[in-house]
Design a protein around this ligand. Sequence first.
Ligand SMILES: [Zn+2]
Length: 329
Amino acid sequence: MTERSGGGLDQRGGSANMCAGMRAIIEDDIVQPFQIDSFELRGRLVRLGPLVDRILTRHDYPEPVAELLGEAIALAVALARALKYEGVFTLQTKGDGPVRLMVADVTTAGAVRGYAQVDEARLAQVMAAGAAAAQGAVPRLLGAGYLAMTVDQGEHTERYQGIVELQGASLVECVHHYFRQSEQVEAGLKVAVTRVPDDGGAPRWRAGCLMIERLPPEDRRQQEDAEEGWRRAMILMSSSTSRELVDPALSPEALLYRLFHEEGVRSYRKRKLEAQCRCSRGRVETMLRALDKDDVRDMTVDGKILVTCEFCSAVYAFAEDEVAALAAG
Ligand SMILES: [Zn+2]
């Protein structure tokens, strides 16, 4: 996105420490920010366990949809660096495929949520058409449409939105396409989502994302071999395997050390993430207040209005006269 150096999500952590491949307690649901000075880049490694399992299991999405939403969630966390102040980063897709809408958002405090709107009948058709399996998840499930990334930091700051056409086989390819078009950030990402059996043998969703981002030109030392360094960094990043990105037995530190140890990777303090919705009765009231009478009438069943949060499935019930009072107030 358009941000420059300094002040990002990962800049508020404490002191940097050299990552020496030491044994660490393996933590899930975290972002591990890091920096590689010789490559003039910074990065973020995202590891999601119970968080992504909770979101994907709660909705009981068909497998390919769960996998795609898992990717969107991991990508949103990696890309949320664009938040400079308290706020929300949202990654959203809208398309004419069976998955009409997909939203994943993350707050500065580390609250993460996501959902997908699925046309089950169309999904069944697409999955039955075996030949289409050769296509990537984006053309098959999302179809033609766009991907939007939004930085919202409250009413006193400008809302920023970057939009790009859904172009590519995977969500990562669409994000790469966005970066190439924006020409403001050079970045590379790799993402993996899969189910891994837990200690009791039950399959649990896990997701991982590795992102590297080149420092903006004004922060580089103009080394002669800078381009070569960036290319090498991209190759090293791409050499990480999907298994490594989600492996519950491989700590973030150990993975970064394995990939970049020759370059002296510095890792910063991890940031903890949680699956948490931000819906509330107050927010639903604000939404109802904005509706006109006809909309309210359409929503009323047996004198009651039920509003279900698409992210967490919480149900908010209002009596008809309560809604009338909201409108009058
Ligand atoms: Zn909710």
